[in-house]
Design a protein around this ligand. Structure first.
Ligand SMILES: [Zn+2]
Length: 342
């Protein structure tokens, strides 16, 4: 059927038939893209979602909004769509997102992605961080059993903060000051021996007890057996949370206690993380570091996945705080810089 035939057929339909056809088209997942981007809608339709505004669980379908499903919340009396709050909110060219995600899975450079999809580099950059924002507040289970935690440092970098700088600031290199200084941003890496993992950017320079609390305070309990270095911040954190604590004295060449207490898993995660950031991206800017940590964390969680792209997308799309997380990138970076002033 060519275009003129389609046109003729459409014009021959009665009003009633046209309405029926339209409703059929709207209810049909029109492209393969919906299969991968439809997780949130599936949750909502199966009544395991909630209203992104008030967390209400009583809502009903309420027509369509530019192809997306709209819902009406009985509690706050407002409407929302399947995309409200997710990273897909506010993305206009949704038809390109599935292809974008595939290229992202291959970890191609923004330049390659921009050429491939004929979008501009700013869009490619923004989409990356919107998507990664959806991975920030998920997989927040409790740490159980032996749980290793250690801090690691990244040199402060402003790479990528201004995409269009004619002369990008030289990146990499080594810190001017010796030891841990405020030129270095601290990341806390925590993992139990099962699947729970946390990677959090916390401050510049040495970490304090409050930084550990901020990173993992919500996820520990008296089921957690903490292994860390003998830093006073960790000691205090363990006491505050009433946890069994094993401090490893690497300074005394002690690396393993009683054959089971050590921090070698988190050290290995740290070293793989640093290699990945360096080889894959040539280093990343401090402002966006947390987003890359979210990416790495999810890659670790999905190591065994047979459908990585689907699982990755599903995870990111069910987070209805993603849009806010993305909008707060600038403020969070400012807050991080302010920690050096305290
Ligand atoms: Zn509501």
């Amino acid at each position: 059927m060519d275009k003129s035939e389609i046109r003729a057929t459409l014009l021959s339909l009665s009003q009633e038939e046209r309405v029926a056809l339209l409703s059929e088209i709207e209810n049909e997942p029109t492209s393969h893209s919906l299969n991968i981007l439809g997780q949130r809608r599936e949750h909502l339709d199966n009544k395991i979602g909630c209203c992104p505004r008030c967390s209400g669980k009583k809502y009903r379908k309420h027509g369509k909004d530019k192809g997306s499903q709209r819902y009406y919340c009985n509690s706050c009396k407002k409407t929302f769509t399947e995309y409200t709050g997710t990273w897909l909110a506010g993305i206009h060219k949704k038809e390109l997102i599935t292809d974008y995600l595939k290229l992202m899975e291959q970890e191609l450079s923004l330049d390659k992605i921009k050429d491939e999809l004929e979008i501009n580099k700013k869009t490619a950059f923004d989409w990356r961080h919107k998507i990664l924002s959806g991975l920030e507040n998920i997989d927040q289970g409790g740490f159980k059993g032996i749980t290793e935690s250690d801090d690691t440092f990244f040199l402060h970098s402003s790479k990528g903060s201004k995409l269009y700088d004619r002369k990008p600031r030289k990146r990499g290199g080594s810190a001017k000051k010796k030891g841990i200084s405020n030129e270095q941003v601290a990341v806390i890496v925590t993992a139990d021996r099962d699947t729970e993992l946390d990677l959090s950017v916390v401050t510049f320079g040495r970490i304090k007890k409050s930084d550990i609390t901020q990173a993992i305070g919500q996820r520990v309990s008296d089921d957690t057996i903490l292994c860390s270095d003998s830093h006073v911040s960790y000691k205090g954190f363990a006491i505050d949370n009433d946890m069994e604590h094993h401090a490893i004295r690497a300074d005394l060449k002690q690396y393993v206690k009683q054959k089971i207490y050590h921090v070698q898993h988190v050290n290995s995660i740290d070293s793989r993380l640093k290699k990945w950031l360096e080889y894959q991206f040539g280093g990343v800017s401090t402002k966006y570091l947390q987003k890359y940590l979210n990416w790495f964390k999810t890659k670790e969680r999905l190591k065994q996945s047979k459908e990585f792209l689907k699982d990755f997308t599903n995870k990111s799309l069910i987070d209805i705080t993603a849009r806010n997380t993305y909008m707060e990138i600038g403020q969070n970076y400012q807050d991080l810089i302010n920690t050096t002033l305290n």
